[in-house]
Design a protein around this ligand. Structure first.
Ligand SMILES: Nc1nc2c(ncn2[C@@H]2O[C@H](COP(=O)(O)OP(=O)(O)OP(=O)(O)O)[C@@H](O)[C@H]2O)c(=O)[nH]1
Ligand SMILES: [Mg+2]
Length: 507
């Protein structure tokens, strides 16, 4: 029977999270996923052909072959071959990442720049650099990378045949275990590339890598459920394509074979997705109640949004003394944290730290985290934290604005803040530029500009306030405290009313 999703823990018997998740992309054993057995309706059991034996010149598969690159998966009960040097050296490559032990696989990165793509977005080299950071966060060791400029991606292998051959030799020379593509690949492309590279080489895409990081980072039950849901949806999409392919291969002769398997697998996945959704719903209900209780005290909520690693958590920690994990790695924060900020003048607001965004953020991840991101949609103000010391600050800002639009929160008032000004070459020049543009410049790490930041928040919040004239009796004087906390008092008049008490007996 098909094993669909593993739990979230990584142990030595389940060495790599990348392998754990990616192994599940394929509903058949490929000789690597030792514990996965697949029953195919025909009951056929064949030996998996090594990638090399099907290859033509340059190691690229022969295009003329009938079953070519898109041939169906063959089922095998073959166990993984153990390399002689494996047993000892592999143990040295277990590294502690995000509090968990992860097998440090060797990774090779591949990108494609489509000719004619806009020049104001991430360039291919920068995008690959970011992919390397993602790979590092996931616990992989990047040993090389390459890219290709194409008019449009190759439908079968994403990159051209010459490039595939070049990567194949690099992969074997460097003993690479995982090849990561910078864009989302189709099930067919993933399968074809794995076949070409052969051996134990895995192929994965940016989306799978990000999902895997989220899987490793998920600290709360809700985050773990959301990531599992996104992973299953990613899998469901590929599963359909994979088995639909069996149908085509059968050419109608064994009608229903692929269809039956698709149905079985889809049903299992859909049942699991349904169960996950139910569980998520109950977790969310609980969180919602908590949020409504919080909202009953009408303190304005300000949400920190921004590109991953911009310094959102550092800012929250500095302003509120919170101890949210802030580190020089991508996606340090997945769950929202809210803390109260007390300003010098007595005013208060709630500050929420949220998950960071990234370019090419998988849509299923945005969808899965939509509920967590509700915190953003219920805010009075969004603070867009930008790492101004980053060479691609503008592109990062654009990527964030794009996600905000996807979340339908672009209409909420926004305050842009340039962070990490201390890290720039010329902080004074940056500050002058910020002033010209009406942007606040801060350094969350040393507290520079934070007072100005709080004042700017207050001014922005004022714009969203409704003017109210209130008469507060002296015996309800306690209310004044609350009014000062939740609103901005423009003027106060104290009036004394003389009461004439008439003694009825003297009348
Ligand atoms: N030099 C400098 N470093 C900063 C500043 N603010 C944050 N950092 C560093 O930037 C890194 C990322 O900071 P975080 O606060 O974790 O960033 P984040 O936006 O919460 O990141 P995610 O949770 O991944 O979205 C950490 O190593 C911080 O120490 C700053 O003002 N100056
Ligand atoms: Mg953070």
């Amino acid at each position: 029977p098909l094993r669909l999703l593993s739990d979230h823990s990584t142990t030595r018997s389940n060495p790599s999270l990348i392998s754990t998740f990616l192994g599940l992309r394929y509903p058949w054993p490929d000789g690597r996923a030792e514990s996965k057995e697949v029953e195919v309706e025909t009951g056929a059991t064949e030996e998996v052909t090594e990638g090399g034996s099907e290859l033509g010149v340059n190691g690229f598969p022969l295009e003329t072959k009938e079953d070519g690159l898109d041939s169906p998966p063959k089922v095998s009960s073959r166990k993984k071959k153990k390399r002689p040097e494996e047993s000892d050296s592999r143990y040295d490559r277990y590294k502690l990442r995000n509090g968990r032990e992860v097998f440090e696989e060797k990774a090779y990165l591949v990108g494609v720049e489509c000719k004619g793509s806009k020049g104001d977005t991430f360039g291919i080299e920068e995008s690959l650099e970011e992919l390397a950071q993602l790979a590092d966060t996931a616990g992989l060791l990047v040993v090389g990378s390459t890219y290709q400029k194409l008019a449009s991606p190759n439908l079968r292998t994403y990159i051209g045949s010459g490039k595939v051959a070049e990567i194949k030799s690099a992969v074997h020379a460097l003993n690479v275990e995982t090849v990561i593509f910078d864009d989302e690949l189709s099930a067919g492309q993933l399968r074809n590339l794995e076949k070409v590279f052969g051996g134990d080489v895995r192929v994965c895409d940016r989306t799978a890598l990000i999902l895997d990081i989220f899987n490793q980072r998920a600290a709360t039950h809700e985050a773990a459920l959301q990531v599992s849901l996104a992973q299953m949806e990613y899998q469901l999409l590929r599963l359909t394509k994979i088995w639909a392919h069996l149908e085509r291969q059968a050419g109608g002769k064994v009608k229903g074979m692929g269809e039956k398997q698709i149905e079985v697998d889809k049903r299992i996945l859909r049942t699991q997705i349904g169960e996950l959704r139910k569980e998520l719903e109950s977790v969310r209900k609980h969180r919602k109640q908590y949020r409504y209780r919080r909202l009953s005290v009408p303190v304005p909520v300000v949400s920190l949004v921004g590109y991953t690693n911009a310094g959102k958590s550092t800012l929250l920690n500095h302003l509120t003394g919170a101890e949210v994990l802030a580190e020089d790695q991508l996606f340090a924060t997945l769950d929202p944290t809210t803390r109260r900020v007390q300003m010098k003048n007595g005013n208060e607001f709630l500050l929420t730290d949220t998950v960071g965004f990234i370019q090419k953020l998988p849509t299923m991840l945005v969808a899965a985290f939509r509920a967590t991101l509700e915190e953003i949609s219920e805010s009075s103000l969004l603070v867009h934290v930008v790492d101004i010391s980053h060479p691609l600050a503008q592109q990062q800002m654009d990527a964030v604005d794009k996600v905000l639009q996807e979340l339908y929160v672009a209409s909420i008032p926004k305050l842009v803040v340039w962070n990490k000004v201390d890290k720039t070459d010329d902080p004074q020049r940056v500050k002058t530029q910020a002033e010209k543009q009406g942007v606040i410049c801060i350094s969350a790490i040393n507290g520079d500009g934070l007072e100005q930041f709080c004042n700017a928040i207050q001014t922005k919040l004022k714009d969203s306030l409704v003017p109210v004239e209130a008469f507060v009796p002296y015996d309800k004087g306690m209310l004044l405290n609350t009014i000062h906390q939740v609103g901005m008092v423009e003027e106060t008049y104290f009036s004394t009313i003389s009461l004439f008490v008439v003694d009825p007996c003297k009348k």
